[in-house]
Design a protein around this ligand. Structure first.
Ligand code: SF4
Ligand code: SF4
Length: 447
């Protein structure tokens, strides 16, 4: 007997085949080229090195996808999610977390340590934007490459599910077009570098007097300033009423885009405990209040002639920028993917998600309807809910899921083996809508 498993179906599951390992080695070699350049502090032959790194990563991911998904029938497989070192908080998971966290720490506070990478990406920056690369261009390029490469992987994993296919194409499109190519093109044309997928207060700078002053020389900049505010006050409530917060969190936003693609292998690590739900509600609404107060204080300061409030408003702004804008959204939000799951920022910290969540909970047609009689309590839905929602508890009670935090990713529905869950737009819960059909009509008894 060459294995200890008593399972009849898959007695000795091979989690990673030889060809998958070859794919991982190829992608790893590409990443290693980037890491060596980062560590060396200077790029040798940037163009060939960058081309080689990108080619190796693409070839590695393609080989992995082919072996993992295309040699098997369509259908979601999360085999070994709790046993693979990378996705089960093992050594590879911790190493990946430390590496990404280290990158974010350098990005925000020690950009001098990214000199090698800025040199590596410099030719690409000059080609696209006609200007030298800085740490933000390095970040944007790596971010976009991660969304695209892992987006293709996600696409094939969920290829039998049209909702997942369209959603993935959408986040890839918005990241590549509106958060990478268009801002680069604007810079090339000497306009402000505008990211059309981020609005105030997620992009907290955008609602400030500093942004207003900075944009005032450009008609497009002024339009963008008011467009962002209009999206917050009008676009967000209206679109959330019809579609739920998923229109933004799972179809447009770059943070959601990365979480859904590169973060997919870690979605089951989200904390499902009731305590986490309580913390989540306090934290995310606290950040929204913090963002609104900080912005209001800056404007009051300007309106009062930058008097006594100047120091306070700047202190508030810098505190928000450090604690929320950098440490939370970047370092913890992405660096901790392999430890806390892929949506820590969206769940606990994003002020835009808080705002959309308020509308989703108060007035939205979006709900996940439940055919409770079919539920076998397997728990797949709860396990793979990246927002830590205990979907199974709702299914067992036959109660529609209407939660402020739900980003409408649809994975709970996709992984349910019984077709219990359905993402819908309806005015009322399923229980109300089917009341008549479920009523038991007694035949009238003759007198
Ligand atoms: S409840 Fe379902 S649709 Fe909502 S966030 Fe969780 S997995 Fe996604
Ligand atoms: S995945 Fe489906 S069957 Fe399993 S617990 Fe959730 S709703 Fe029930």
């Amino acid at each position: 007997m060459d294995h200890a498993s008593l399972s009849i179906a898959t007695p000795a599951p091979v989690l990673t085949t030889g060809k998958q390992k070859a794919g991982l080695v190829l992608a790893g070699a590409g990443l290693l080229l980037v890491l060596v350049t980062w560590a060396a502090g200077q790029a040798v032959a940037p163009v060939p090195t960058l081309l080689a790194a990108l080619s190796l990563c693409t070839a590695g991911v393609a080989l992995f996808i082919r072996e993992e998904y295309l040699t098997r029938p369509a259908g979601i497989q999360n085999n070994g999610a709790w046993f693979r070192s990378l996705s089960a908080r093992g050594v590879w998971g911790w190493l990946t977390g430390v590496l990404i966290t280290g990158f974010y720490v350098c990005l925000y506070w020690f950009p001098g340590y990214l000199t090698g990478l800025t040199q590596l990406f410099d030719p690409l920056s000059r080609l696209l934007r006609n200007t030298a690369a800085d740490q933000w261009f390095v970040y944007g390029t790596l971010y976009t490459a991660a969304v695209l490469l892992m987006g293709v992987k996600f696409f094939y994993k969920y290829r039998h599910n049209p909702y997942q296919r369209w959603r993935t194409v959408s986040v890839m499109f918005f990241q590549l077009g509106f958060a990478f190519l268009i801002p680069g093109l604007l810079l090339r044309l000497q306009y402000p570098e505008l990211y059309f997928t981020y609005f105030w207060p997620l992009s907290y700078y955008q609602g400030t007097p500093m942004a207003h002053a900075g944009y005032s020389g450009s008609g497009l900049g002024v339009f963008f300033f008011f467009f962002g505010l209009a999206m917050f006050f009008i676009g967000a409530p209206v679109l959330t009423y019809f579609f739920g917060k998923r229109w933004y969190c799972s179809w447009v936003c770059g943070c959601g885009g990365l979480a859904e693609t590169a973060g997919d292998p870690f979605r089951h690590l989200s904390d499902k405990r009731l305590r986490a739900w309580k913390i989540e509600r306090w934290m995310i609404h606290g950040v929204l209040v913090f963002a609104v107060l900080m912005t209001a204080l800056l404007w009051v300061n300007v309106a009062t002639g930058r008097g006594v409030l100047q120091a306070y408003s700047q202190f508030f702004y810098k505190s928000y920028s450090f604690l929320v804008g950098s440490a939370f959204s970047g370092v913890v939000g992405v660096g901790f993917y392999p430890l806390l799951g892929s949506r820590v920022w969206c769940r606990f910290g994003c002020p835009m998600a808080a705002w959309l969540g308020i509308w989703q909970r108060a007035k939205s047609k979006f709900r996940i309807t439940v055919n409770g009689g079919q539920c076998i309590s397997c728990g797949n839905c709860s396990t793979y809910c990246e927002m830590g929602i205990d979907v199974r508890a709702y299914a067992q009670k036959g109660q529609d899921v209407v939660r402020a935090s739900c980003v409408g990713c649809g994975i709970c529905s996709a992984v349910c083996p019984r077709g219990v869950l359905r993402l819908e737009g309806a005015e009322a819960d399923m229980a109300q809508r089917t009341e008549l059909q479920r009523a038991i009509l007694f035949p009238s008894v003759p007198a």
